[in-house]
Design a protein around this ligand. Structure first.
Ligand SMILES: CCCCCCCC/C=C\CCCCCCCC(=O)N[C@@H](COP(=O)(O)O)[C@H](O)/C=C/CCCCCCCCCCCCC
Length: 211
């Protein structure tokens, strides 16, 4: 992973995660999250409790992918089939499989909706738009319903430390503001497609509430 964040690379990783027949490659899905973590790390220590959680989830999926059953973890679709066929998922309460691929990916999947909502707000914002408000509105519409009170409060504090819209646009390393807006416009349908394919798969297999 390169040191400097680039929105273009996020776009490329999510593009690479989609196969022609609409399978989602886990390798590129987590590479996309790795890029986003590098962005978050550049914002300061106040976000470290969030990035640690994402990194640990990326690590769980990487371990599956490089493990002896790695061939079943190539796509989200093959992972779901393999884990369900082999009773490797705690479906209703945490038991012998507390860190299955399905439940781990579900946490990132929920966060992907936050990302989509936040980036859409950023894309359509005006110069005086506040990133803390965009971030927290997107959070309240997505991840917040899955988090307990304490996490919601900690996240609220972290949002107050977010830099302004100009800094966000600059850190994306995608040119001037018009170019960033254009690239966001290109990235969002891809992120939305990856999200929707995963959502449909999880709905079909009754996996949206995994503990
Ligand atoms: C394109 C560039 C601009 C945007 C860049 C954004 C970079 C964001 C990178 C990561 C986003 C955060 C992803 C958070 C994943 C959270 C997963 C989760 O829900 N974990 C909880 C449940 O896990 P289990 O306990 O069941 O294993 C866990 O309890 C949560 C812990 C930490 C709090 C997570 C808060 C998420 C807030 C999302 C907003 C992040 C704001 C970053 C601002 C750039």
């Amino acid at each position: 992973m390169a040191d400097t964040f680039s929105l273009q690379r996020v776009l490329e990783t999510f593009r690479s995660s989609l196969s022609e027949n609409k399978k989602v490659y886990i390798k590129y899905y987590i590479a996309g999250w790795q890029e986003l973590v590098s962005f978050m790390n550049s914002l300061g220590n106040v976000f470290s409790f969030i990035s640690k959680d994402v990194v640990s989830k990326i690590q769980i999926l990487e371990n599956f992918l490089s493990g002896e059953n790695g061939s079943y973890y190539v796509t989200i679709q093959s992972m779901v089939k393999y884990e369900l066929d082999n009773d490797l998922v705690d479906l209703t309460k945490r038991g012998s499989h507390p860190e299955s691929g399905c439940r781990t990916l579900l946490r990132l999947h929920r966060a992907l909706l936050w990302l989509e909502l936040f980036l859409e707000r950023l894309r359509t914002s005006t110069e005086d738009g506040k990133t803390s408000v965009m971030c927290s509105d997107a959070y309240n519409e997505s991840l917040a319903q899955h988090h307990p009170w304490l996490i919601r409060k900690a996240v609220g504090v972290a949002f107050c430390a977010l830099p302004g819209r100009d800094t966000f646009f600059n850190v994306m390393n995608a040119g001037d503001h018009t170019q960033v807006v254009a690239l966001l416009g290109e990235s969002l349908p891809l992120i939305a497609e990856v999200y929707q394919i995963t959502e449909d798969l999880y709905v079909k297999n009754h996996l949206l509430e995994l503990p």
